[in-house]
Design a protein around this ligand. Structure first.
Ligand code: NAD
Ligand code: UDP
Length: 675
């Protein structure tokens, strides 16, 4: 059974989805991305290390909404989807009523149709209105029985929806309805991967202050210091978004624990019960940033009131929920989110497009570093799909997902769990896909998997962008032991792509074995063949292989390569860098060493390959055959990695065996320049 989370790509929704999954729930997200980005969903998946079904639907569209209920068995709905800007709601009230109220009606109709009658609703402390109207502080801190009197259209939509939900419950008391009235959510996920990403000028205190701190705004305006508080600024009940997210799980569990036929309509405040002034929050954030941030006290903001502090007793007692995190925690997490993502989810020079209709699991991600260099990488196989240097493609790749699925040449793909060959694969109980061997990971290797992510970040100083992809490959996939988590990190800078692999054994075995590489086919000529490419090698030492089985004999022999002259014999040879240890499972502490330079006299383009790895397979693709696209010698591969079949060679074995608790790693860099 799934929990449907409407608005799950948004600020509070995304954090709640993470908490739900961490608590063992299965989740489907519905969001029209009006105020959010699919990158948030990709990052949710990255955090929870699993795919989360996502539907790009407007909740007002009953037909689309019904499809979700048709596809997944939904037990309950957590309903975040709404427009939420108080100021904006006074300008376009009809849009607010249509989106929030009409949207909820449509959602409830579909829920009713599919007999799903559990709902947790995102309401707001704004429904209470100005509680200082009672004059005698009798309603501060605010209890749930405080009369409602919202003062703006946004708050009124929440008030109306609460009433609709109440009426629905009155008409059919099988409905189990939890109304959660949030106070002031702040902070971000401690990973720094998800957080609040306001469109335009932030209206809320901390998002604004964070943008001042990161240099996007000049100074914070403090709206009035003539209130009756310890420092003259208004008092609010700030709550860490993680605590808030957990409140939803507590409410959901409360509903699930009711007797089957016992319905409910009940409101709970989600707040800490502790009020803090604007200056309290300002100082807490400045402390985390490490400096005083520019600010100015200006006049009061229309509609602001002195004190909005929750009385959270009901939630504490009934839901067994209370806040655990402090304003300092929230400031710390917000600052990490801000530093790691100075422009939120929006990254300069980065764009993505879907590769198949209705499924965003495999997208093509493009980084345009500058006018000379552009790289696209897709989720399927964390594959390098396209590299353009000075307007010319320098790597082979396809446009559509189907083209990738129709070929078997690992074009641009991450090869895993085990690049190259493993002999006597049956003995190791591995999937056999070549003459008794396991080649490039077996029948269903990394090249055929959608990696999660990417997490895209830009490093302005270095003019580089990183894309991190993650794959959790389950125990015994293709026969390999243990759950294996693999991070593939691309750093794209001007003219270069650096690839870093990092894997960890996550369980179900004490050790496993692996060997990761990238299988790009490079072509720096001006035509469709690599003929004429000149090669400068850092080594002429190669593994001798049996000519039939292509497996190493254990001997190292001399092999000279100076280029791919027209008509010359093909090359498919593993060269070794004897100075690099073959004992280390993580080679990342090695310097990146130049292993090969390729130039072509026609294009005058040079490709320099560097790696921390002890060997690389040089392959001239003499059997490449993708009709109408690429033929023999259409590209060459430089597959850095560990020695062929190292797992079956006593003296090389250590480099491919990953015990639990240790980390596998390597780095390889491909750089282009003009000569
Ligand atoms: P958010 O804008 O980040 O998230 C709302 C999400 O809903 C967005 O991803 C948006 O694209 C989506 N959405 C909006 N209309 C939709 C529609 N018609 N169909 C499908 N998706 C739609 O906002 P948030 O801060 O995460 O707020 C979530 C909920 O919590 C909202 O209901 C909001 O009113 C409520 N709330 C927020 C606060 C706050 O301070 N952030 C306080 C109290 C209550
Ligand atoms: N605030 C401020 N400057 C800003 C934004 C907010 O001084 O740029 C104050 C505002 O007056 C209120 C508090 O910060 O007292 C919280 O405001 P926010 O808009 O974040 O939340 P609200 O409580 O209004 O929903």
């Amino acid at each position: 059974m799934y929990i449907l989370v409407t608005g799950g790509a948004g600020y509070i929704g995304s954090h709640t989805v993470v908490e739900l999954i961490n608590h063992g729930y299965k989740v489907v997200i519905a969001d029209n991305l009006y105020n959010s980005s699919f990158d948030a969903v990709a990052r949710i998946e990255f955090i929870v290390k699993q795919h989360v079904p996502f539907f790009n639907v407007d909740i007002r569209d009953k037909e689309q909404l019904s499809k979700i209920f048709e596809t997944y068995e939904i037990s309950s709905v957590i309903h975040f989807a709404a427009l939420k800007a108080v100021g904006e709601s006074t300008k376009i009230p009809l849009k607010y009523y249509d989106n929030n109220v009409n949207g909820t009606i449509k959602l409830l109709e579909v829920m009713d149709q599919y007999n799903v009658k559990n709902i947790v609703f995102s309401s707001s402390a704004t429904v209470y209105g100005d509680v200082t109207r009672f004059g005698d502080n009798s309603m501060i801190p605010i209890p749930e029985h405080c009369p409602n009197d919202p003062t703006n259209p946004y708050g009124k939509t929440k008030y109306v929806i609460e009433n609709i939900l109440h009426d629905v419950y009155n008409s059919d008391n099988k409905w189990k309805t939890a109304i959660l009235r949030y106070f002031n959510p702040i902070g971000a996920h401690p990973s720094g991967l998800i957080g609040e990403d306001p469109l335009g000028i932030p209206q809320n205190l901390l998002p604004y202050l964070a943008q001042v701190a990161i240099g996007r705004r000049d100074k914070l305006s403090i709206f009035g210091n003539d209130y009756n508080s310890h420092d003259g600024t208004p008092i609010r009940d700030y709550i860490h978004v993680i605590d808030l997210a957990k409140g939803h799980i507590a409410a959901l569990e409360y509903l699930h624990n009711l007797q089957n036929d016992q319905g409910l309509f009940r409101e709970w405040n989600l707040g800490s019960g502790k009020g803090s002034t604007v200056f309290d929050v300002y100082h807490a954030f400045c402390k985390v940033v490490g400096r005083e941030l520019p600010h100015e006290v200006v006049g009061r903001r229309d509609g602001d009131v002195l004190d909005l502090t929750a009385n959270p007793k009901r939630a504490n007692e009934e839901l067994k929920w209370k806040t655990h995190l402090t304003i300092d925690d929230a400031c710390k997490d917000l600052w990490k989110w801000t530093v790691d993502n100075p422009s939120g989810y929006n990254i300069d020079n980065y764009s993505w497009k879907a590769l198949s209709a209705n499924d965003l699991s495999n997208r093509s991600h493009t980084i345009k570093v500058d006018d000379t260099f552009k790289v696209s990488i897709m989720n399927l196989g964390a594959t390098i799909q396209n590299v353009t240097y000075k307007d010319a493609p320098v790597a082979l790749g396809f446009v559509t997902e189907q083209e990738y699925k129709n070929q078997s040449f690992y074009i641009g793909a991450t090869v895993g769990r085990y690049a190259n060959r493993i002999s006597e694969a049956e003995k190791l109980k591995l999937s056999v896909n070549e003459n008794g061997n396991t080649l490039h990971g077996g029948k269903f290797g990394f090249d055929k998997k959608d990696f999660l992510g990417p997490v895209v970040k830009r490093n302005k100083k270095e003019n580089s962008t990183t894309l991190e992809f993650y794959l959790l490959d389950p125990h015994l996939e293709n026969g390999f032991p243990g759950d294996l988590g693999t991070l593939v990190k691309y750093t794209i800078a001007s003219g270069s792509i650096e690839i870093e692999y990092e894997s960890e054994l996550l369980g179900k075995a004490d050790e496993t074995f692996l060997n990761l590489t990238n299988h790009s086919y490079w072509n720096i000529s001006t035509g469709s063949s690599i003929d004429g490419t000149k090669i400068k090698m850092a080594t002429n030492k190669a593994l001798e292989v049996d000519s039939k089985s292509l497996l190493p004999t254990g001997k190292i022999v001399d092999r000279e390569v100076t280029g791919f002259a027209k008509g010359s014999a093909g090359i498919d040879t593993c060269f070794v860098l004897e100075q690099q240890s073959v004992q280390s499972v993580d080679t990342r502490s090695n310097e990146l060493q130049t292993v090969l330079e390729a130039t072509h006299p026609d294009s005058k383009v040079k490709l320099v390959v560097q790696t921390t790895e002890p060997s690389f397979q040089l392959y001239t693709a003499d059997h490449l055959d993708v009709p109408g696209k690429f033929g023999p010698r259409g590209g060459f591969c430089v597959e850095s990695g560990r020695y062929i079949d190292a797992i079956n060679q006593e003296s090389w074995k250590k480099s491919v065996i990953l015990p639990k608790g240790e980390t596998y790693g390597s780095k390889t860099k491909y750089a282009f320049e003009s000569v």
